[in-house]
Design a protein around this ligand. Structure first.
Ligand SMILES: Cc1cc2nc3c(=O)[nH]c(=O)nc-3n(C[C@H](O)[C@H](O)[C@H](O)COP(=O)(O)OP(=O)(O)OC[C@H]3O[C@@H](n4cnc5c(N)ncnc54)[C@H](O)[C@@H]3O)c2cc1C
Length: 399
């Protein structure tokens, strides 16, 4: 494993760090207070070419390798993990098409992302099917004319209010079926310039091909307030056969494939946040003096910084290992993706919590970024599989 950045990676690194420094960091606390969805900033990221990284070159995408992708997401997360979650979500939704779609499906469902700054949603979770996604009840049923009809309700869906395309996992035939399919539901394209202001209410999309999508009111969240999260209800949505990705009985395998790809990305979100928490805490403890010394020179406080640094560096190693395994499609990539996800979220939580502690009372005041980082860190341990689910995967693999 080579830890040095190649020329292309260095170019991405420089570009993203400059973008974060100039376009994100100065504004995040204000945006967080307003619970704003910074779509214009995401649009700028699209213009820079740091969105839609998994889209194949054959349809004018960047087809960025997994190691570089995790590095880009890590650096974006150093600025804000809500923004990186939203940006990463396009790849989460689209990678199944890149992996299992036909050339025609890639042209139809992926190319628009290369030509317009539109957003996608990945719709797996349901109110009664979270960690156990096999309990989902959203389903497609075949009609006499060869089309299908899709009904069901998804919750906690990133980008939903602003999405122009929905990747939906659903049962086949009936809600209790053992078979799962993956269908793509394109909607009329929504661009930042189409809106007067942020979306704050629920909305309905009447689909030209039949049926409707109801997007719930954006969730009011503890953290990652710069990402958008809403429910997605699918009512009598007509699905034509070309909207089904791959084999309509292999959806469970496709979910695993997507999550193997996406878990290192969530790990990268954790590592980016952990690094930010570490840096703001080191800076603070260098300035603040108590007992006649800088906080960072008080031995016990110094030891807390050491523990934070160790967690951060180890999470970075786990991330690199997983990214290389996923990149090379090695057979044991799943266990390393789960390891990186757990270690990355643990580093984020640890560095944010201990960082807040080292800020003392100031850490509890919202004008200090560390308070936001603590709120943002919690979801990293939950979405794309809670810690216990990753442990289940690791446990299954090692025995
Ligand atoms: C901000 C945000 C964005 C999200 N974005 C998306 C998205 O874009 N698309 C999408 O499909 N979903 C998304 N999700 C959903 C997310 O992936 C789920 O919340 C997550 O998988 C957990 O499911 P759950 O909330 O139903 O918790 P549950 O499954 O009910 O779990 C609750 C708790 O029970 C325990 N538990 C669960 N299973 C086990 C087990 N096997 N062993 C031991 N303990 C266990 C854990 O402590 C767990 O935290 C998002 C969620 C949030 C909050």
């Amino acid at each position: 494993m080579d830890f040095n950045l190649d020329e292309n990676q260095q170019m991405y690194f420089d570009m993203v760090t400059k973008f974060v420094k100039n376009e994100i960091s100065p504004f995040v606390l204000e945006w967080d207070k307003e619970h704003l969805f910074p779509w214009q900033t995401i649009k700028k990221a699209w213009e820079l070419g740091i969105l839609n990284l998994s889209i194949p070159e054959s349809v004018k995408g960047y087809e960025v390798d997994v190691v570089s992708t995790t590095m880009i997401i890590r650096e974006l997360s150093y600025g804000d993990t809500g923004i990186s979650t939203s940006a990463m979500c396009n790849d989460l939704a689209n990678t199944v098409i890149a992996q299992h779609g036909t050339d025609e499906q890639k042209e139809m469902f992926l190319k628009p992302f290369a030509t317009k700054p539109i957003l996608a949603s990945f719709c797996l979770t349901e109110p009664n099917a979270g960690s156990d996604n096999s309990a989902m009840t959203t389903f497609i049923q075949k009609l006499d004319n060869g089309n299908y009809i899709l009904n069901g309700a998804k919750c906690f869906i990133t980008n939903a209010s602003y999405a122009s395309q929905f990747t939906v996992f659903c049962k086949v035939g009936k809600p209790s079926s053992q078979l799962m399919a993956c269908v793509i539901v394109p909607a009329p394209h929504l661009l930042p310039e189409d809106l007067q202001g942020p979306i704050t209410t629920s909305r309905e999309i009447i689909l030209p091909t039949g049926g409707k999508i109801i997007l719930g009111k954006p969730e009011d969240k503890l953290g990652q307030r710069l990402s958008n999260t809403a429910s997605v209800t699918l009512e009598d949505v007509i699905i034509e056969p070309h909207q089904i990705i791959g084999d309509r009985r292999r959806g469970f395998q496709y979910v695993i494939d997507v999550l193997d790809y996406a878990r290192p990305m969530v790990a990268a979100i954790g590592v980016g946040l952990a690094r930010r928490a570490f840096d703001v805490t080191v800076a603070y403890t260098r300035e603040r003096k108590q007992f006649g010394q800088r906080i960072c020179d008080l031995p016990v406080a110094r030891n807390t910084l050491v523990q934070m640094w160790k967690k951060l560096e180890l999470s970075e190693l786990a991330l690199m290992r997983a990214a290389v395994k996923v990149q090379d499609r090695e057979e044991d990539r799943g266990i390393y993706a789960s390891l990186a996800k757990n270690v990355g979220s643990e580093a984020a939580l640890y560095c944010a919590n201990e960082g807040l502690h080292l800020h003392g009372g100031y850490g509890f005041i919202t004008e200090y970024e560390i308070s936001k980082l603590v709120r943002d860190a919690h979801i990293i341990d939950i979405y794309e599989g809670v810690r216990e689910v990753q442990d289940m995967i690791i446990g299954r693999e090692i025995v």
